[in-house]
Design a protein around this ligand. Structure first.
Ligand code: 3PG
Ligand code: MG
Length: 398
């Protein structure tokens, strides 16, 4: 696999370089247009700066959210271009379309050392199409913009999308430093984790995490389960979970996992149960055997947090994906904060697996440097740990 360093060695001054970044950043729900966590933008800066400073004409492309293949102002990358310019300390030209007339013209007039951000890739049907020809046609248009392709969008390498997979086949391609670092860390965790190895999983759905649970179960000493998904496990153990999130069709699967795990899956013993999904909802800590029928669990309780922290304390390797509760709402952030703090204290190597858990670390004001590695890819890191081939990485290896 060729790397950005190889490309810089070949010389890029005056050349056009198409960079796939994952600038799919979260926005503040209360303040539209305000980025709540710019971690993903910061993670790709070294690549953009290196290319800019080497005199390349840098064309950055990314998706944002999940628009349906047509322009949708709700998902414009414009605010991200503004933030990127602040972070780079130099201007970023923004094209109002992805491969249309404005994009073409802007690419044409780009100067050496200038950075351009194209509008959301997913405003185009070809980006995510399942049809190879449709994706290929879009990839042709993107590839026509540049001499070289650099993929540094680790968060999107699990997607077989035009900008991730097909463009690589059309241009000399290179892996950016972020992709290299992420793959190296995940390789270390999945191939040779120092024992004891503790995995902490949260988030809402068991069905999303089933494959990774199955892949990790034989390798881990303890698998701690919190977040919305714990209620399906608790139900599988015979507890009533009230109005909590429940995937009824996964109950029997959870029973099988619990049997197979022989005590290595650790579940909460208490939860914070609220009258509704709201920061002002009436709420109380209850034991898992006493969840009221008219309430829903929105966080793990203090006894659970202590139990999880104790399991984490002895670990040499911790992988964490998914918040323990609805951390965006202050009354339900305690479990996530407690578990995150426990992870920062281990005498070993910790990895925060992307997406919401990485955002939680930063929005709760925790010290990012206290973790071994904070991934920019939620789905991507899980699929790596499942042992799946990541299309974006495979394309770079060809
Ligand atoms: C993510 O947020 O996980 C990545 O940016 C990929 O986005 P997607 O799940 O919408 O493909
Ligand atoms: Mg996602």
């Amino acid at each position: 696999m060729k790397t950005l360093d190889d490309l810089l060695g070949e010389g890029v001054s005056g050349r056009r370089v198409l960079v796939r970044a994952d600038l799919n950043v979260p926005f503040d729900k209360a303040n539209p247009g305000v980025i709540s966590d710019d971690g993903r933008a910061r993670a790709v800066l070294p690549t953009l700066i290196a290319l800019r400073d080497a005199g390349a004409r840098v064309i950055v492309m990314s998706h944002l959210g999940r628009p349906k293949g047509a322009p949708d102002p709700k998902y414009t990358l414009r605010p991200v271009a503004t933030r990127l310019a602040e972070l780079l300390g130099s201007s970023v030209v923004f094209a109002e379309d992805t491969v249309g007339p404005e994009a073409r013209q802007t690419v044409e007039s780009l100067q050496d050392g200038q950075v351009l951000l194209l509008e959301n890739l997913r405003f185009n049907k070809g980006e995510t199409s399942k049809d190879d020809a449709e994706r290929g046609a879009f990839a042709d248009e993107l590839a026509a913009f540049a001499d070289f392709y650099v993929d540094d969008a680790f968060g999107a390498v699990h997607r077989k999308h035009a900008s991730v997979y097909d463009v690589a086949a059309r241009l000399p391609h290179y892996a950016g430093g972020l992709v290299l670092k992420e793959v190296e860390v995940l390789k270390r965790v999945s191939e040779s984790p120092e024992q004891p190895y503790v995995v902490v999983l949260g988030g809402s759905k068991v069905s999303d995490k089933l494959a990774v649970i199955q892949a990790l179960l034989p390798k881990v000493d303890k698998l701690l389960v919190g977040g919305g998904m714990c209620f399906t496990f608790l139900k599988a153990q015979g507890h009533e979970v009230g109005k909590s999130l429940l995937e009824a069709e996964m109950i029997s699967v959870c029973q099988e996992l619990l049997a197979k795990a022989e005590g290595r899956i650790v579940l909460p013993v208490d939860v914070v149960a609220a009258t509704e999904f709201s920061a002002d909802a009436d709420h109380a800590v209850v034991d898992i055997s006493d969840i009221p029928g008219d309430r829903l669990g929105l966080d793990i309780g203090p006894k659970s947090t202590a139990l999880f922290a104790e399991a984490i304390a002895g670990a040499k390797t911790v992988f964490w994906n998914g918040p323990m509760g609805v951390f965006e709402l202050a009354p339900f952030a305690t479990g996530t904060r407690g578990v995150a703090e426990a992870i920062t204290k281990i005498d070993g190597f910790s990895v925060v697996g992307g997406g919401d858990s990485a955002a939680a670390v930063r929005t709760l004001g925790l010290d990012e440097n206290a973790f071994g590695h904070i991934s920019t890819g939620g789905g991507a890191s899980l699929e790596y740990l499942e042992g799946k081939t990541l299309p974006g990485v495979a394309a770079l290896e060809k």
